[in-house]
Ligand binder design. Structure first.
Ligand SMILES: [Zn+2]
Length: 171
């Protein structure tokens, strides 16, 4: 399940901490884990302390602190006494970091996953991007508002089946 590029280099202890952190559900989109979203960047153990690198989905996302605390708690729950998180702001998170499994889970949950390659420029978030309805698969959708249930999502409605849905914004 873990697709981090460095997973092969982890020892068993580090891998256990990584997998505990990986499985933490995102507080805003609980159908996907922070690992699925790519928010958890890495885990390493230094002098007995587990350090987990966390990249917020966007700068100032109010959920970031909650995510960090949840990751710390999960890793402690896996049997580590000393755990802390380190905020990793560079490189900035992009929706490209969402795993294929994460995209599938978003779709199954009724959230249209980010469109590949549409995040080239921040100024062109919604420019001519075709969003496919997660319910019926129609491309005939319209944006209702720029903000869905959270600031990270936009609200859309399908013209074919009338289903309203959230679209995970490309950042
Ligand atoms: Zn539809």
């Amino acid at each position: 399940m873990s697709t981090a590029p460095h997973i092969a280099q982890m020892d068993a202890q580090t891998q256990r901490a990584w997998e505990a952190g990986f499985a933490v559900p995102d507080p805003e989109v609980p159908c996907v884990s922070v690992g699925d979203l790519g928010i958890l960047r890495w885990v390493r153990i230094e002098e007995g302390t587990v350090i987990a690198g966390v990249t917020p989905t966007y700068s100032g996302c109010p959920a970031t602190l909650a995510i960090e605390l949840a990751i710390e708690a999960a890793i402690r729950g896996a049997g580590f006494d000393h755990v802390r998180t380190q905020r990793v702001l560079s490189p900035a998170w992009t929706t490209d970091w969402i795993t294929p499994e994460g995209r599938e889970k978003l779709r199954a949950y009724g959230i249209a996953p980010p469109v590949d390659g549409s995040n080239a420029g921040k100024g062109a978030l919604f420019a001519e991007t075709i969003i496919t309805c997660p319910r019926c698969g129609s491309d005939n959708t319209q944006r209702i508002s720029e903000f869905g249930s959270t600031a990270c999502k936009a609200h859309y409605q399908c013209r074919a089946c009338a289903e309203p849905f959230d679209y995970f914004k490309c950042i």
